[in-house]
Design a protein around this ligand. Structure first.
Ligand code: GTP
Ligand code: MG
Ligand code: NA
Length: 338
């Protein structure tokens, strides 16, 4: 990853929603991975992060809008667990994010963790798009592989469209009960007050390009206010894992700034970065030899750090980089207070 032309970092987008609403499957479809089928019980139990470059995003939105522009280097997606027990992980995931996608299963409507996520989003004042997932499950749905949603809708029978509208209207009412105005994105004329709904399928891909295009627009809008690249490193530990030949390594989300090989880090151990890897693609996270090695990595990105002593790193805490004028002992104390 390189610094964006306009010196902005990649925005971070959090994927949220009730258990089994299709968060991981949607990311799999977007990135072209197969994480969901490899999960124990098909349930996400940790925060995952995966990067899509601007070029890849624009390729995927080409059919919908051939002249879309994106002045960020890419997008980092954060996958969160929907299982109710993992409230703290949802909250932590969201704390890293610039905006979010809230998933609602069209067959189920709003569920307890949908509402919990909605309340988290409101509390933190984070902008989001609603994805109405699994439209392919509507009875009689005609698959339109990868198609923009309006094009796919035109292919459907009246019965399918009626069922779709009935479920959509119910869900719009449920959101209204939560104090939120929502509308199909292509009918939404008041983006400021009304939240957009994008119907999607993570099996056949209808609506995915629409969703990505909305994310592009959201990125463009957010850029000026929030995405200015800063030199101060902001970096959170996601998980520790043992890698053959390297001992314990950690996966981190670099939210802002840049990390270099040889940087001295504190949090709470003091150590020197031996290597920086980008897990690529995410499904091969645990396979050696499938990582890209980098001397320097700029935000936002998911990074695997190799260094000594990382077995003492603590999930969820911040890593600090020691600068030329920093006092390591003072930094250690600061980290302990986190
Ligand atoms: P948790 O991480 O456990 O909260 O679940 P999740 O929201 O990540 O959902 P997941 O991706 O695990 O999908 C749950 C189930 O729904 C899986 O069996 C998926 O194959 C299925 N699924 C997800 N998206 C779609 C979709 O668009 N259409 C259909 N038909 N099935 C889907
Ligand atoms: Mg999942
Ligand atoms: Na699941």
């Amino acid at each position: 990853s390189v610094r964006g032309e306009e010196n902005v970092r990649s925005p971070i987008c959090c994927i949220m929603g009730h258990i089994d609403s299709g968060k991981t499957k949607m990311l799999d479809y977007i990135i072209g991975t197969n994480v969901q089928e490899g999960e124990a019980g098909g349930t996400t139990q940790k925060i995952g992060a995966t990067y899509l470059s601007a070029r890849n995003i624009l390729e995927k939105t080409m059919e919908l809008k051939s002249d879309a522009k994106l002045n960020v280097p890419g997008l980092l997606f954060i996958d969160t667990p929907g299982y109710e027990f993992f409230m703290n992980l949802r909250s932590r995931g969201l704390s890293l994010c610039d905006f979010a996608i809230l998933l609602v299963d069209i067959m189920h409507g709003l569920e307890p963790q949908t509402i919990e996520c909605l309340n988290l989003l409101k509390k933190r004042n984070i902008e989001f798009i609603i994805a109405l997932t699994k439209v392919d499950r509507l009875y009689g749905w005609k698959t339109c592989e990868n198609a923009p949603i309006m094009k796919a809708m035109k292919q459907q029978t009246n019965d399918v469209r009626n069922e779709f509208n009935m479920r959509l209207n119910e869900i719009i009412d449920q959101f209204k009960d939560q104090g939120l105005n929502t509308e199909l994105y292509y009918k939404n004329k008041e983006m400021r007050e009304t939240f957009s709904i994008v119907p999607t399928s993570a099996i056949s891909g209808e609506g995915i390009s629409d969703l990505l295009l909305l994310l592009v627009q959201l990125s463009q809008k957010t850029v000026v206010e929030k995405l200015t690249y800063v030199d101060k490193v902001q970096c959170i530990v996601l998980e520790g894992k043992v890698m053959e030949g390297y001992g314990t390594t950690i996966d981190v989300v670099l939210v802002n700034g840049e990390l270099h090989e040889g940087d001295q880090i504190v949090g709470p151990i003091v150590t020197t970065i031996r290597a920086l890897l980008i897990p690529h693609p995410i499904k091969e996270l645990h396979v050696n030899g499938n990582h890209e090695n980098h001397e320097v990595i700029t935000a936002a990105q998911c990074i695997n750090i190799i260094a000594q002593g990382l077995e003492h790193a603590i999930v969820g805490t911040t890593l600090h980089v020691v600068g030329p004028d920093d006092d390591i002992e003072a930094m250690k104390e600061l980290v302990m207070e986190d």
